[in-house]
Write a protein of this length. Structure first.
Length: 183
């Protein structure tokens, strides 16, 4: 026959319960050691609290400086662009100051001023979108005003009605174009 496990009513004493060593009192805590450990933990807590407060203050200072820089960038964002337009204004004012200018002189002055303006725009990353005839129609850069039959490949630019402009790969205004009709 196999042995049955003891029932809930029966309790077996531990194997070493009868030995006097097992009944020994636990060691009394050493109070000076505990006090020294407490002092060390309090010092570490104070040090970590100080480090935390310093890190928090550094984070707040960094956030404040970043907010100030963003505010300055917004405030002075147009400064460079404005400086590049000042020579254009000077040229226009100088052209208007000549009361007895000939048509050729006015045309030459207007052309020079237009070149200055285009150069100022290019320095500030404002680029012209002016597709040539036969260029593939790009709906991201062009806006088709009309579709005409032509002897070109379908969906290509026939003519530009108004130039477009982009700034840093972002479209300010799409070029208004006429495109060829699908065959």
């Amino acid at each position: 026959m196999s042995e049955l496990p003891p029932s809930d009513n029966e309790t077996l004493p531990p194997a070493d319960a009868a030995s006097p060593e097992a009944i020994a009192e636990p060691a009394a805590p050493n109070i000076p050691d505990l006090q020294a450990a407490l002092v060390a933990l309090q010092a570490k807590n104070t040090e970590l609290s100080d480090q935390f407060l310093r890190a928090q203050a550094d984070m707040q200072n960094t956030r404040r400086r970043a907010e100030e820089e963003v505010a300055k960038a917004r405030k002075f964002a147009l400064e460079s662009f404005s400086e590049s337009l000042l020579p254009v204004i000077d040229s226009l004012e100088a052209g208007l100051a000549h009361k007895d200018a000939t048509v050729e002189q006015i045309h030459e002055g207007a052309s020079a001023t237009l070149r200055q303006l285009k150069a100022a725009l290019e320095r500030n990353k404002i680029l012209e979108i002016n597709p040539g005839a036969g260029a593939k129609f790009d709906p991201h850069q062009h806006q088709a005003i009309s579709v005409v039959p032509a002897d070109q490949e379908p969906n290509t630019v026939v003519s530009v009605l108004q130039k477009g402009y982009s700034i840093a790969d972002r479209i300010l205004r799409p070029a208004l174009v006429t495109v060829t009709a699908p065959k």
